[in-house]
Design a binder for this molecule. Structure first.
Ligand SMILES: Cc1cc2nc3c(=O)[nH]c(=O)nc-3n(C[C@H](O)[C@H](O)[C@H](O)COP(=O)(O)O)c2cc1C
Length: 307
């Protein structure tokens, strides 16, 4: 799959997930065959103010080439300027986040209510990135407050110069409830000629093949990858043998060089719960990890993850 002039090694992509897609998790996704990984959403204004917490989100693994970052905001000048300063191959603009705090500021999915503004943001940012040989993608939903549907919105985004789009088949109002609508994704594929990446409830090889049959260029996996980075292989029918305990240990090792002990222990709490999953013995892991305060207690919790 190609995005602009950038070629991906596979068309299965890791979704940006705030609080989860840290550099360790993205590295593991790449090891298991993700063709592209994105950071979680990063505030364009936070970058402008050189906010320390924002900078921490930009750490990447050497495996992430091409690398992807996702920005959120709604000021075309700020987004395009900040995008131009980043050392990433692909910049995504978040036009799908449904969280009230974000939407109230006019960011995330609120941009689907203002196609003119969305156009200006994409046009300004695409110009900057294309001049540097980089690519721009945009991620959005089925719709937001019924103003415009994804297929029509996609035409606006394409005409502004985006190199690819990702469509999550849920409306803003649905948040994460119900089942993602694949029909709106199929209609979007027909509406534009840039690559369309399908997103929402893609968990199995059958889901992947259904999206390929619809003419999608790739799929993006979010929640299905949590505690399960092997999904980037298994979804394409490639079986892999892994131990969830080893994955969790490796995940910690990948984070340690970049962050403080406190940061890593906190970041790993949610991940360890996913690695433990719903299997027998997972309750003890969860109790242990939530009480962890340092590396020793974190490792003790991880060692409880059942085989
Ligand atoms: C915890 C969580 C955090 C998320 N953070 C982001 C984000 O930072 N940027 C974004 O575009 N979407 C974000 N999403 C949405 C996902 O990228 C994805 O569109 C959605 O979960 C549907 O895909 P899935 O069914 O494969 O999870 C988030 C979703 C979840 C559950």
């Amino acid at each position: 799959m190609r995005i602009g002039n950038i070629t991906l090694s596979s068309n299965v992509i890791l979704a940006p997930l705030a609080g989860y897609t840290d550099v360790g998790f993205r590295h593991l996704a790449k090891v298991y065959g993700a063709g592209l990984t994105y950071t979680e959403m990063v505030s364009a204004k936070g970058l402008m103010y050189e906010n320390e917490n924002t900078q921490a989100l930009l750490v990447t693994s050497p495996l992430e080439r091409p690398s992807g970052v996702q920005l959120f905001g709604s000021d075309a000048d700020i987004i395009s300027e900040q995008a131009g300063k980043l050392d990433f191959d692909i910049v995504d603009i978040n036009m799908g986040c449904p969280v009230p705090k974000i939407v109230k500021n006019g960011d995330g999915s609120a941009l689907m209510r203002d196609p003119d503004l969305a156009y200006r943001i994409v046009k300004a940012t695409a110009q900057v990135l294309h001049a540097q040989g980089k690519a721009l993608t945009v991620k959005f939903r089925k719709s937001c407050d019924g103003v415009i549907e994804a297929d029509e919105f996609a035409k606006v985004i394409e005409s502004a110069g985006a190199d690819a789009i990702t469509v999550h088949g849920r409306t803003r109002e649905e948040m994460y409830r119900g089942k993602a609508d694949r029909q709106i994704i199929a209609r979007t594929v027909k509406a534009v000629s840039i690559p369309v990446i399908a997103n929402g409830d893609i968990l199995t090889q059958a889901d992947y093949l259904e999206c390929m049959d619809m003419g999608c260029s790739g799929v993006m996996i979010g929640r299905g990858a949590l505690g399960n980075p092997e999904i980037f292989s298994t979804i394409r029918g490639i079986e892999v043998e892994t131990s969830k305990r080893d994955l969790a240990l490796e995940h910690v090792q990948l984070l340690r060089p970049h962050f403080s002990e406190r940061y890593v222990v906190n970041a790993m709490k949610k991940h360890v719960c996913y690695y433990a999953g719903g299997r027998r013995g997972s309750r003890a892991v969860k109790e242990a990890v939530f009480g962890a305060t340092n590396y020793d207690s974190l490792y003790e919790a991880i060692m409880l993850i059942p085989d």
